[in-house]
Design a protein around this ligand. Structure first.
Ligand SMILES: [Zn+2]
Length: 264
C-alpha cells in the first residue's frame, strides 16, 4: 500500500515537471533579449568586443581565443537558434518512459530524495556555426540557462563541402570527407552523401547537424549509443575534426569546401 502511494506521488512530480517545461518553452521565446549597454565586460576580449574593435566571431575563432563571457557570442552572433536535446528519460513501467529534455538524478539523503536536473543545449545559425553545452542545477530553469550559456562559450566553426563521388556538384551541402568522432565507447562516423539524401543519422544528431547547416549525410555508429550524452559529444567531436585536417587549395576548390558562412 505504501509503495502505491509513493508511486502516485512520483507520478504527480512528473506531471509538475512537464508543466514547468511547457511554461519555460513559452517564456524562452519572448524573454530572450540582451542589453549591450548594461553589460560590464571583465575580460580584455570582452572589452574589445563591446568597444567594437572586434566585430566578427571569425577573428576570435581563427586566432583560437578563449571566449570566457557568453555576452560576446550574443553581440557577435545575434540570430542564433537554440534547441534542447532529449537526454533524459521519465520514470516508467515496462522498460522506461518517454525521452525528456531534462535528465533527472537523485541523491539519497536523510531528509529525503534531492533531485537535480541536467540538460543539453545546442545552438547554431544553420550556416556553419554550432555550439553545445551541458548545464545542471537543482531546478529546471537555471539548468537550461547554464546549458545555453555553456553552449555560447563553446561555439565552433565547421567546414562543409561535397565529397560524394555520386554527386560532385561543388556545393557545400554535405561533409567534404569522412570523419569519425569518439566519446566513451561511442563512435560516430559522418560520410559524405549526394544531394537529396537527407540526414541518415540518429534523431538527436540530426538536430545537431541541421543546426550546423549540413543537409545530406550518411552515418555509421558503434558502441553504447543509448548513452545519449556520449553520442552527442561524439557527433560534436566528429564535426570538430573536420577543421583539423589541412587541405590544399586545389582540393578545396574541387570539393567546394566552405568554412563557416556560405556568403562570407
Ligand atoms: Zn554535391
Amino acid at each position: 500500500m505504501a509503495e502505491k502511494v509513493k508511486a502516485e506521488k512520483e507520478e504527480l512530480a512528473e506531471d509538475v515537471i512537464i508543466d514547468v517545461e511547457k511554461a519555460e518553452e513559452k517564456k524562452g521565446r519572448t524573454t530572450h533579449e540582451f542589453n549591450k549597454e548594461s553589460w560590464n565586460p571583465r575580460t580584455l576580449l570582452g572589452k574589445k568586443v563591446k568597444s567594437g574593435e572586434i566585430d566578427s566571431i571569425d577573428y576570435i575563432l581563427d586566432n583560437r581565443l578563449n571566449i570566457l563571457e557568453y555576452q560576446i557570442t550574443d553581440i557577435l552572433m545575434p540570430n542564433l537558434s537554440t534547441d534542447l536535446l532529449l537526454v533524459g528519460q521519465s520514470k516508467g513501467k515496462f522498460g522506461g518512459g518517454q525521452r525528456r529534455v531534462f535528465r533527472q538524478t537523485q541523491k539519497k539523503t536523510r531528509e529525503g530524495n534531492k533531485p537535480r536536473f541536467g540538460t543539453f543545449a545546442i545552438l547554431g545559425n544553420e550556416d556553419g556555426y554550432i555550439g553545445i553545452g551541458y548545464g545542471k542545477s537543482k531546478e529546471t530553469v537555471p539548468a537550461r540557462e547554464k546549458a545555453i550559456r555553456n553552449a555560447k562559450l563553446g561555439i565552433i566553426k565547421i567546414i562543409r563541402g561535397c565529397g560524394s563521388w555520386q554527386c560532385g556538384c561543388r556545393n557545400p551541402h554535405s561533409v567534404p570527407f569522412t570523419v569519425e568522432g569518439k566519446c566513451g565507447s561511442v563512435k560516430v562516423k559522418l560520410i559524405p552523401a549526394p544531394r537529396g539524401t537527407g540526414l541518415c543519422i540518429e534523431r538527436e544528431c540530426k538536430k545537431m547537424l541541421s543546426i550546423a547547416g549540413i543537409k545530406d549525410v550518411w552515418s555509421q555508429t558503434s558502441g553504447q549509443t543509448r548513452t545519449k550524452l556520449n553520442l552527442i559529444k561524439a557527433c560534436f567531436d566528429a564535426l570538430k575534426k573536420l577543421t583539423e585536417i589541412k587541405i590544399k587549395k586545389e582540393t578545396a576548390d574541387s570539393l567546394g569546401i566552405v568554412e563557416g558562412k556560405i556568403n562570407a
